[in-house]
Ligand binder design. Sequence first.
Ligand code: HOZ
Length: 426
Amino acid sequence: MSRNAELFERASRSIPGGVNSPVRAFRSVGGTPRFVARAKGPHFWDAEDKRYIDYIGSWGPAILGHAHPEVVKAVQEAAVHGLSYGAPTEAEIEIAELLIERIPSIEQVRLTSSGTEATMSAIRLARGATGRNKIIKFEGCYHGHADSLLVKAGSGLLTFGNPTSAGVPPEFVAHTIVIDFNDAQGVQEAFAAHGKDIACVIVEPMAGNMNLVKPVPGFLETLRSECTAHGAVLIFDEVMTGFRVGPQGVQGITGVTPDLTTLAKVIGGGMPIGAFGGRTDIMQNIAPMGAVYQAGTLSGNPVAVAAGITTLRLLGEPGFYDRLGVQTRKLTEGLMQCARAHGVPFSADSEGGMFGMYFREQVPKGLNDVSAGNIEHFKTFFHGMLDQGVYFAPSAYEAGFVSCMHDDAIIEATLKAADHVFKTLN
Ligand code: HOZ
């Protein structure tokens, strides 16, 4: 038995499914999860010391590559001074100021420990600020695992073919309206029917939890105009896209301004962190200023904040996102070329350092399109690439991530492996 298999068997005795987050279990692709022993730059090594080119990068945070020396140094230096205080620090102000400076729609921001906490809190805040109950979310968008959001949610749940989670009472999701992503008309109809009861619209402005799905022109603009017209709060969940697709997230690319934004992943540089922020008049409703409660012992954790500040500083270097976007496009265009050469129906898309691969001719516009991809081709491709030492997400419903350490040699090695694997799909 391989060392990875041994570890998986052992893990399965003490941890449900052997993993601490469902997609990692490889259920939708079959086979044995790789247990990571260490990582550096664009690579990680598994329990058998096999090296992989990593296109997950911790699902986004590793934008500078794994174990970037400056981020590691910042973490080490912060750790020496104590791991957690449960009291304010100057560094928290620094990261808040950095976020406000980088993302113009954020006037005030509060830190949490995860993206789930950030979205859950942003929704509570929207409800508290408006005095309304209903929320709109979109099919295939995933906003963490808070109860009211586990309605036909994407990612792990889809992978299990189970559109909602057990353990969520129907009453908890009774106020959640689910509309197809990119269905602007559906949004207009929902507002026409329930406008005065809708507290907020929450959206991944570029979806990353049903694979990468971009908004069609006019979709985000409709969300903005409907929210404005009906006094609802527009929340952009940029947990995945924030500082990943560009220096100001999707809002910087599309020019559509949300009222609140949620962030996580990249802003912690690999350490657990989340944040929600936006208009001051809305943010002032949070305790201790207002009546909306939100708190956390590890919120603003000094070690996570140190990693985040250093990461954000390095991302601010001129040309960073241009270079990242070029490398990511080299990958997606190269993959499409390989697939075409071998007659495999395939498409790909990217924005900044985030990409999608689809085993169908057209890039998807929503969840149904993603589900229409050839899942058998995906599985064969995934395992073929894994054998060749290239690690893509073990689910057709996840996006991929490129770091600034994925240089030409890494992309070429990936495409060489892909050429070999696409050949076997024909
Ligand atoms: N579904 C998560 C990403 N979209 C997976 C997170 C993890 O397993 O770490």
